[in-house]
Design a protein around this ligand. Structure first.
Ligand SMILES: [Zn+2]
Length: 243
């Protein structure tokens, strides 16, 4: 199996981002606290989206999941204390409040970037999603705070509409034909035969491995915080998710 396909079988959040609990088996443990499971619902840090936290429950013990990362194609969970062994059965529980806020802010980020990129000739050069705050770097010659603020208001209009967010897989070649499907270089894993597409119907299509809400109505509203001139062509924008 290619690593891309292996990942599909393991990463349950790619198929269902609303899954909050699952059973799994411990495949390996490194340095007593870095745990690889045979399947997981914990999102590993990547693509601008922070890692999930939560718990792994075994008979008689409970481990907190404090960090999740992807290393050499494997999803590694750092737990708060040793004790887990290969072959152990664990019940995984996501810190859902944190994940759900990240799903909302991640989806908001798609809409905002898509409005800015369509309305100007900006390109996204970086982004960082937080539970509350979202940061974007745009490559854009002009600097006009008002414009960045107006796109927030425009996005808020869309978050009041019933607009579905779909998620599906396409063969790599077919996916790459979609205009603007790759927003940033790092978003494209080199060895994956199928790409996961996140489509906000009528607004945006992206190759993307993150977690999103299934309808724009779930995002809620966002608030413009600031726009900073970071030098030649680099415009940094912050907005936050309202509770
Ligand atoms: Zn995304």
């Amino acid at each position: 199996m290619k690593s891309g396909e292996l990942l599909l079988a393991e990463a349950l959040y790619l198929e269902d981002s609303y899954l909050k609990e699952c059973d799994a088996g411990v495949a390996s443990v490194k340095d007593r606290k870095y745990v690889v499971l045979d399947r997981t619902l914990f999102y590993p840090q990547g693509g601008g989206q922070p890692w999930d936290t939560g718990r792994m429950i075994t008979e008689g013990d409970q481990h907190k999941v404090v960090y999740v990362g992807k290393f050499s194609g494997e999803i590694s969970h750092e737990v708060d204390h040793p004790g887990l062994e290969p072959g152990d059965k664990v019940h995984c529980m996501l810190n859902w409040d944190r994940r759900y806020r990240l799903m909302r802010s991640h989806t908001a980020a798609h809409v905002y970037a898509s409005l800015v990129c369509q309305g100007t000739d900006a390109l996204v050069t970086g982004n960082k999603l937080g539970e509350e705050k979202v940061r974007f770097d745009f490559s854009l010659e002009e600097f006009d705070r008002q414009i960045f603020k107006e796109y927030v208001e425009e996005a808020n209009q869309l978050f009041m509409k019933d607009i579905p967010v779909k998620c599906y897989w396409l063969p790599r070649e077919e996916a790459l034909q979609i205009p603007g499907v790759i927003k940033m270089d790092e978003a494209l894993p080199p060895d994956i035969p199928r790409l996961r597409i996140v489509e906000i119907v009528g607004i945006d299509k992206q190759a993307d491995g993150g977690t999103h809400v299934k309808n724009l109505k779930e995002v809620g509203q966002i608030k413009f915080l600031k726009a900073i001139n970071k030098g030649k062509d680099n415009r940094r924008v912050y907005f936050k998710l309202l509770p």
